[in-house]
Design a protein around this ligand. Sequence first.
Ligand SMILES: [Zn+2]
Length: 224
Amino acid sequence: MTTRDRRAARELRGYLERLYGPQPTLTLTTAEEVSSERVYVYVGGVVPAPPATDDGQTYGATSFDHYAPAFVTVVARLASRLVAIRSARYAPGGGLVPACAQDGAEDLHAVYGKLFPDGAVEVDVPWQELARAVAEELSEAGLLDRLQSGQIKSKFASLRWYFDSIPQSSKSKVNYILRAATDLSTVVCERCGAPGEHRRRAWHVIACDACEEAQRKGRRGGGG
Ligand SMILES: [Zn+2]
């Protein structure tokens, strides 16, 4: 494994463990073929540990099962795609090659057209990369046809994706993938994309430990 492979595997484990708890049986396999600037890591053996079910309202029989194996598989695959996309920006020695949100939104539009209309993408680069992972998943599943987004944003620290047009025939499949993306977004730092978690500041945000620490120091440094 190269340094980049190990970093990709570490990030992937970070996302999955923040979502599903410690994963002693997790297997992360780096793809053999070196076909692009991306690192592809395949996921196996995810065993989600659902939270205690004392809250009947949240985890009742009628609720969507976020821990169903088929659903967890989709989340894990999206996480793997996200890491592959991010890995193209891995800088030697750590950090990420900086990227511009405006350029990112324009590139999504150039590649995927009406899935990302002008002005629809309101998230920063890390969640744009998550949105790209979703687009790749939709594309591979043959679900892009006649799909038009209205708005893609962060609300209460999770990804919200609204459609202007969505065919009845693919609606449930598209929404299933988007539900997976929304779950995944809750562990992707909105500022840098590293594995993170929900922080309650003046507003809700997902932040990694480093970005949270920087934010706190910045606030103190500002006389707080
Ligand atoms: Zn961060």
